[in-house]
Ligand binder design. Structure first.
Ligand code: FAD
Length: 425
């Protein structure tokens, strides 16, 4: 997302006067708190050209007195509220700073380091929006599952002249619910593993461990953001489908999940921007080193999967292993191609992000299935564990199985993307 940059004029008292307008500010104005502070990027008069000349400022709605009480109204006003497809409870404001003489702003940190500071905030925000995708998957699943248990329609496909049954009995409805359930579990597991790595990256006493975890987090943030949110939209759409006609009607709430989920693939950087970040800054720039170490960690799970008997683990192991091979092949191709033909590499950026999401999600599902199987083998009768193994098997057959096709889109697909001249669209 290119930052929207305002003008900042230094004042004798050390503060600044900020001037400029910015669209699309989530919660830029509301009455749920006494005060609001805006973090605003602006250029000072002596700032160097380009991104190295951007500073970060705090601009409050109300000035704060020395005793902590609220003072004068600052010159930061909402001039309009956007009318949106969804998230109607979230006010998206157009903010005007300085239309009445200048908004008082206070410099954060040092001048000209604003973009660097913004990235710290943005990584956390991108992760948070990724969780919105996970939440959309889970909520849409719960609503669809409850409806599928209640809605009676048609007899069971295998029973002639029998009674009508709840739609959850129909194989295609079960398939849709399993896609929803497994994608919610896979995106959530991956997001939590990345969150744990973030904790280790910031708090672990060993600097080498911190560094390793930070590299993993940096690689995976665009995936948690891009893949989980795209999953949120897909799963919310399947949720509408499970409801049939009632899904298209507002009372059931299924359509709201779809409308609300759609923003998550856009704000804090669209999926295309996440994917460019992934293949460029996070992979090509370091020769794919972190991706290789992640792939090695995935392959290390194979020995544990091989110890398990039965059709479920046989399928999980073979699909996972094929998924890793596809990921490694597409990753190597991208790193090799990026420097020579960046347009060809970028044409495959989103398919690659999806591929990494699917295989990394499968990695975490496989780990969870192994833990669940150990519980079952130890005599634990909680149905949660059986469901985890079965859900992972479903994920392997229906989601991990897409890995090969995605890898082909990356390595063979650029020509078709780039061939048409602009006037043939
Ligand atoms: C409801 C809402 C709330 C928001 N809240 C905030 C907020 O609080 N703070 C804030 O700062 N911003 C906010 N935004 C702005 C949001 O982050 C941007 O709209 C978003 O990053 C996309 O940028 P854009 O609108 O300029 O789209 P564009 O950049 O015009 O993108 C249009 C299309 O082109 C593609 N594209 C653009 N450049 C490239 C490229 N180089 N390579 C490949 N594809 C590309 C995009 O993926 C997209 O598909 C909000 C937006 C909305 C709609």
């Amino acid at each position: 997302m290119p930052p929207c940059v305002h003008r900042a004029e230094p004042q004798p008292d050390g503060s600044y006067r900020i001037f400029g307008q910015k669209i699309f500010i989530t919660y830029g104005e509301h009455d749920m708190a006494e005060n609001i502070i805006h973090l605003v990027l602006a250029r000072t008069p002596t700032a160097p050209e380009g991104v190295k000349g951007i500073s970060l400022f705090v601009v409050p709605k109300f000035m704060v007195n020395d005793d902590g009480s609220l003072g004068d109204r600052n010159d930061a006003y909402c001039v309009s509220i956007e009318h949106k497809l969804g998230i109607h409870a979230s006010p998206t404001a157009i903010m005007a700073f300085g239309d009445h003489g200048g908004a008082v702003g206070h410099l954060v940190g040092e001048e000209n380091r604003g973009l660097e500071y913004m990235f710290i905030m943005m990584n956390a925000a991108r992760f948070g929006v990724g969780l919105e995708g996970v939440a959309a998957c889970e909520r849409a699943y719960q609503r669809a599952r409850d409806y599928a248990r209640d809605r009676i329609q048609c007899t069971d496909i295998g029973v002639r002249g029998g009674a009508k049954v709840a739609i959850i009995n129909h194989p295609d409805v079960r398939r849709m619910l399993m896609i929803m359930k497994s994608r919610a579990e896979a995106t959530r597991a991956l997001a939590y593993v990345v969150a744990a790595a973030h904790d280790a990256a910031t708090r672990h006493p060993d600097s080498e461990v911190r560094k390793r975890n930070q590299a993993f987090v940096d690689l995976m943030i665009p995936v948690v953001k891009g893949w989980s949110t795209e999953s949120g939209v897909t799963i919310a759409s399947i949720g509408v489908q499970v409801h049939g006609g009632m899904g298209y009607i507002e009372e059931t709430g299924a359509a709201q999940h779809l409308r609300d989920a759609q923003i998550s693939t856009i704000y804090e950087g669209t999926t295309g921007i996440q994917a460019n970040d992934l293949i460029g800054r996070k992979m090509a720039r370091e020769g794919g080193a972190t991706l290789k170490s992640v792939i090695n960690a995935m392959r290390a799970l194979d020995a544990d999967l091989a110890k398990q008997d039965g059709a479920n683990f046989t399928a999980i192991r073979s699909r996972f292993s094929a998924g890793i091979d596809a990921l490694a092949e597409a990753g190597e191709w991208l790193v090799a191609t990026y420097g020579a033909d960046v347009r060809a590499a970028s044409a495959g950026a989103v398919p690659f992000l999806t591929l990494l999401g699917i295989v990394a999600g499968g990695w975490q599902m496989a780990r969870a299935a192994l833990v669940a199987q150990a519980k079952i083998d130890g005599g634990d009768k909680d149905p949660f564990y059986k469901a985890k193994v079965v859900t992972t098997r479903f994920y392997a057959d229906h989601v991990l199985s897409q890995a090969r096709g995605l890898a082909s889109s990356v390595t063979d697909g650029a020509e078709g993307v780039l061939a048409l001249p602009e006037d043939m669209f």
